[in-house]
Design a protein around this ligand. Structure first.
Ligand code: ADP
Ligand code: MG
Length: 677
């Protein structure tokens, strides 16, 4: 079960990449790759008997291939008995494959959803193309799985079935009373059921397992942390008094600093989360904390998720700390040679008290004289596991301050951060210009583009954001590139394009052109979410805004409104929106309070829908939905607590089963702690 995916029959080098993109690298991952939904299909004799939007199986005969320019789709025009024409449409580089499976003049059974494209009927990426009769395809209720390019439903179904066949039942880790009360199936049965039909109890059980694993692991971390010794840090304030600030600290900042200082004087290492919206002023709080460590004669390190962010922090901190005379060094993977050697030396002998950088600051080659505080920015990008690895660095466990701008509703804080102590910056620095946010129908595209033109004419810059969702990667990328091409016709060289599939150097170069002001308009998929700070960019257009999670929209919008000029954010929406979708966008217009947005988004979306954070690749939970987290997390949390209280070493029968569970959900760093102590 824990062996690599290529032990499944039919997984060669060709499939490795598409599978990897879905996170399917081990046999175990296939078990937990659960269907998005199930389709029921109707076999129809011809297209006259089918309606648009329906899932059908129909016999069609390809009559013509039609490719479009650039990255547009490849279409196979096919005819039914009475002579109706339907396009079988493929996005991406699928022309060769399409021609092979749909030879001209030969009838095939096609299963898929009938859509309309202008006057043309079409089936986009059919689920099946087969030489067999409709009987083989049409009667099934079939799972529909999230896919990636190069992978078909049929292929994935076969692999998942293989994985299921290889899975043996495991001892039960759920508390027997709860298990009986919920009438849940066993682990093995739950998997089988969840892949076969829409079975809420099976899905709940599997989600519960994930939540339980998470709670257990976080509690083990907490316990281990309590048992450790840190270095009590008592600052005398002499350095902090010399910080160079053109403003007074907000009440929330003062409160957070006091909470942190209170933790630092303790024997046990701090494990605290600083939660504060974009722009709420976390950096200065981090600096105060680090200076306490320096005042107490120790070292502090700040870890950033990306190179760009590390540099940005380095510049800001240096500026603020200028008057203190404290040396701050930057260390990233790109630093080489003499400068790097000097930094390593300084960290080793203690002459450099503060270092800012990427993961490079925790490589083996980097030795600290007495590292006592680690600050981690954008904590949700690092696994808790990595956080622990950091903790091993000093002779004593360093205090840890994690910072995040992701506004997380209260119910989810527990799941995401377990039993960390939380400080909240729930007060914005005064004098922020509100961002004028408007919801605009996509039909007004011409006006929007004209608006962008007027904006650029004033010398200011703008962002143009296109959605990019993994399941629709090809279509989304094609749409983003088409938009870029259109805007380029209008604005020429002033436009740059950035998306996740560009080579890093190309991406950096484009970002650089925009940041330096050489380019005026940045067309981007959501890669700009973190780490861009261009104060003269004061307009943001977001296409298909309804497809984004609100938390994500909020983060995106936080890219404007950074300078002194007034900023605008245009949320383009498509025509037909559900009531919920309308209210979600209205909420964005109403408020800029990230915490309120997070809370209300949770309420509005209610059951079933997935965590918005999943779109951005944050995979705290892969199985549990938002609704399941809300319903089941309190149960899992209690259950975990009871188990740990009774059997903290996880050595009893249930404890042993729980270890398997932790392993299953890759939370076994919790178990490693039991060993290492
Ligand atoms: P965050 O990291 O929380 O997004 P920053 O620390 O980058 O926010 O701060 C955002 C901006 O607000 C910076 O320009 C910073 O100098 C400024 N700032 C921070 N605290 C205050 C304050 N109390 N009053 C006014 N401006 C502040
Ligand atoms: Mg920040």
């Amino acid at each position: 079960m824990f062996v690599a995916a290529d032990s499944l029959k039919g997984v060669g080098p060709g499939l490795a990449r598409p599978l990897e993109r879905l996170g399917l690298t081990r046999v175990r991952d296939f078990l937990y790759h659960l269907p998005d939904r199930f389709v029921e299909r109707r076999a129809v004799p011809d297209l006259d008997q089918a309606s648009v939007g329906e899932n059908i199986v129909v016999a069609l005969t390809p009559v013509e291939y039609r490719s479009s320019a650039g990255r547009g789709p490849f279409r196979v025009l096919a005819s039914d008995g009475p002579g109706n024409i339907c396009a079988i449409t493929y996005f991406g580089r699928n022309a060769g494959w399409a021609k092979k499976s749909l030879p001209l003049g030969e009838t095939r059974w096609i299963a898929g959803r009938l859509d309309q494209f202008g006057q043309l009927l079409q089936i986009v990426h059919p689920d099946h193309v087969s030489e067999e009769s409709a009987a083989a395809l049409g009667q099934l209720v079939e799972p529909v799985y999230p896919l990636s390019e190069g992978l078909t439903q049929g292929r994935l179904i076969a692999l998942i079935q293989q994985a299921l066949a290889s899975a043996t039942d495991l001892p039960e880790w759920i508390e027997p009373g709860l298990f009986d009360k919920m009438k849940w199936p066993s682990w093995r049965d739950a998997l089988e059921l969840a892949h076969r039909a829409d079975h809420p109890q099976a899905r709940d059980r599997l989600a519960y397992d994930e939540l339980l694993a998470n709670s257990l692991a976080l509690m083990l971390v907490r316990n281990a942390n309590r048992a450790r010794r840190g270095t009590p840090l008592q600052g005398d304030g002499r350095l902090r008094a010399r910080i160079n600030l053109p403003f007074a600290l907000t009440g929330a900042q003062q409160r957070s600093i006091a909470e942190i200082a209170g933790d630092l004087v303790q024997d046990a290492p701090m494990l605290r989360l600083l939660q504060g919206d974009v722009g709420s002023g976390k950096t200065v709080v981090a600096l105060e904390a680090m200076l306490i460590a320096v005042e107490a004669g120790t070292q502090a390190a700040l870890l950033a998720p990306t190179e760009i962010l590390a540099r940005q922090h380095f510049d800001t901190l240096k500026r603020m700390a200028q008057g203190t005379g404290v040396e701050i060094a930057l260390l990233t993977g790109r630093d080489k040679g003499r400068a790097r050697e000097a930094t390593l030396m300084g960290l080793h002998n203690g002459s450099i008290p503060i270092v800012v950088g990427t993961h490079a600051i925790f490589q083996d080659a980097v030795q600290y004289r007495n590292l006592a505080l680690v600050v981690i920015d954008e904590q949700h990008r690092f696994g808790v596991g990595q956080r622990l690895m950091l903790a091993q660095k000093g002779k004593r466990t360093p205090h840890c301050l994690a910072m995040t701008a992701t506004p997380i509703p209260r119910t989810l804080t527990l799941a995401q951060y377990g039993e960390m102590d939380v400080s909240k910056l729930d007060e914005m620095p005064p004098g922020r210009q509100p961002i004028d946010t408007r919801v605009v129908a996509v039909e007004r595209m011409a006006d929007v583009i004209a608006g962008v033109e007027r904006h650029l004419a004033t010398g200011q810059q703008a962002y143009w954001v296109c959605p990019m969702v993994r399941e629709l990667e090809n279509e989304d990328l094609a749409a983003a590139e088409a938009r870029y091409a259109e805007l380029q016709l209008r604005f020429g060289d002033a436009v740059v394009l950035v998306h996740g599939q560009l080579r890093p150097e190309a991406k950096d170069a484009a970002m650089e052109r925009f940041a330096s002001g050489a380019a005026k308009l940045l067309v981007a998929t959501t890669v700009i979410e973190v780490g861009v700070d261009v104060p003269s960019a004061t307009l943001m257009v977001i296409e298909q805004a309804e497809r984004f999670g609100l938390a994500q929209l909020h983060q995106l919008r936080g890219r404007v409104g950074r300078g002194t000029a007034a900023s605008t954010c245009l949320l383009l929406r498509s025509g037909a929106l559900s009531e919920t979708a309308k209210r979600r966008l209205a909420l964005m217009r109403e408020t800029q309070d990230g915490f309120r947005i997070a809370e209300e988004d949770l309420e509005l979306r209610g059951g079933g829908e997935l965590l918005g954070t999943r779109q951005s690749g944050d995979t705290t939970f892969r199985v549990a939905s938002l609704d399941q987290i809300q319903r089941l997390l309190p149960l899992a949390h209690n259950d975990a607590r009871l188990l740990i209280d009774r059997d903290g070493g996880l050595t009893g029968a249930r404890g042993e089963a729980a270890r398997l569970l932790l392993y299953l959900f890759e939370r076994d760093w919790g178990v490693q702690l039991l060993r290492g102590g």
